[in-house]
Design a protein. Structure first.
Length: 230
């Protein structure tokens, strides 16, 4: 009973600390004190210590005995790696998705663009971040591959961290973001011709061009969002 309670407390402490990192409450290069964190979230130091160890194992921070835990800053290489992984997973999933699933996904996401616009205009960063993650995740779920979706979901917290870090940049280029999102949906819809056309038909060639355009648009969008060199 006590072991289960300790595990539950450690999980709550983990989520509270990670949420602070993702939202910028604990920015990169800040030092977290075990006792201060325990006091701020109303827990004892034992579950906090377990949570910090887990966060270190996941690469969010580095523990220095008797000093605290240093929140790691995200390197340019880590940003590039995340963006590259998103391109591979999202474009690969779209390419493997049934054509009808591509079109349905594009049509289902259209109404979300207006919700994204509203959140950007309201400068509601947390809500926009969640909408953006859901938007891009839909490209992966279009493939109907549970393992692929599970792999993608493991990147969600890192995506949140970067999007929160780039909050002002997201607002500054809100029009561009919405235009890029709409263009990706146009390409996805065009790549989703009903049925499975034979390879020798013009319909199949058109779908292939649309898939290539989708990947190019996605890559450009992520490069601009994460300030990467083309």
């Amino acid at each position: 009973m006590h072991a289960a309670a300790d595990e539950s407390a450690a999980s709550r402490a983990y989520r509270a600390i990670l949420d602070g990192i993702l939202s910028g409450v604990h920015p990169g290069s800040s030092m977290l004190s075990e006792s201060a964190v325990a006091s701020s979230i109303g827990m004892s130091r034992t579950p906090v210590r377990a949570a910090l160890i887990r966060l270190q194992d996941e690469g969010w921070l580095t523990i220095f005995p008797k000093r605290g835990a240093l929140v790691r800053e995200v390197s340019a290489q880590a940003v590039a790696d995340l963006a590259g992984s998103k391109v591979l997973l999202e474009s690969g999933a779209v390419r493997s998705a049934p054509p009808t699933s591509r079109r349905r996904t594009a049509d289902a996401l259209r109404p979300q663009l207006e919700a994204q616009r509203e959140r950007l205009e309201a400068r509601d960063l947390p809500a926009f971040v969640e909408l953006s993650i859901e938007f891009h995740r839909s490209f992966v779920t279009a493939a109907r591959n549970a393992v692929l979706t599970e792999l993608y979901d493991r990147l969600a917290d890192r995506q949140r961290f970067l999007l929160f870090s780039y909050g002002r940049r997201l607002f500054d280029r809100s029009d561009e973001i919405l235009t890029e999102h709409a263009a990706m949906l146009d390409a996805l819809h065009e790549a989703g011709a009903p049925g499975q056309a034979p390879p020798e038909t013009g319909e199949a060639a058109r779908a292939e061009r649309a898939l290539a355009r989708f990947e190019s648009l996605l890559r450009h969008h992520l490069n601009e969002t994460y300030r990467l060199d083309p």
